[in-house]
Ligand binder design. Structure first.
Ligand SMILES: [Zn+2]
Length: 165
């Protein structure tokens, strides 16, 4: 998926999750979720994060390839371990980052390329219905996710006013 879709999906997904759970919805956590939603593509030198952090991106791409280690359950496990090792207020920000990161992997699993979730095993995991990166299907899927996230807030019995300030 494109970076734009990842940002929308990460932001909408985290916002909906924060509405339905005790996770805080703040500038810090939403920013962390958005950064997390872009982070796995650090293994792609042409991606937004890859261009920004090219000294890291090029070696990662060369060693692991795009959608390799950074798009795997191992990377997510590393984040879970990191969450377990830190205290507040870092842990809340790291959880938001991990949510964005996980949403990135889920979104990429909805593309024809899929993700190598069990890296270093090469098996690719794909959703039952996939879209082409940058194609109209991607934009339709992103719009659908945004609508579902908004509906989960608006149609919630508590209404859209709670628990956000
Ligand atoms: Zn990706």
């Amino acid at each position: 998926m494109t970076g734009t879709s990842h940002v929308f999906i990460g932001l909408a997904g985290y916002a909906a999750l924060a509405f339905h759970t005790p996770l805080p919805f703040s500038m810090t956590t939403t920013t962390a979720a958005v950064v997390g939603s872009l982070a796995p593509d650090i293994d792609h030198p042409s991606s937004r994060v890859g261009r920004l952090l090219w000294p890291i991106s090029y070696p990662l791409a060369r060693i692991f390839g795009h959608r390799g280690l950074t798009h795997s359950a191992l990377a997510l496990l590393g984040l879970v371990v990191a969450v377990a090792l830190v205290d507040e207020p870092v842990v809340t920000t790291l959880i938001a980052f991990a949510v964005g990161y996980a949403l990135h992997l889920a979104a990429d699993a909805c593309t024809t390329q899929g993700v190598v979730l069990l890296y270093p095993a090469r098996k690719r995991f794909r959703a039952p219905i996939t879209v082409r990166t940058g194609g109209p299907g991607e934009w339709a899927l992103t719009a659908l996710i945004l609508l579902l996230a908004a509906a989960s807030v608006v149609l919630h019995p508590a209404g859209p006013d709670l628990p956000w300030p």
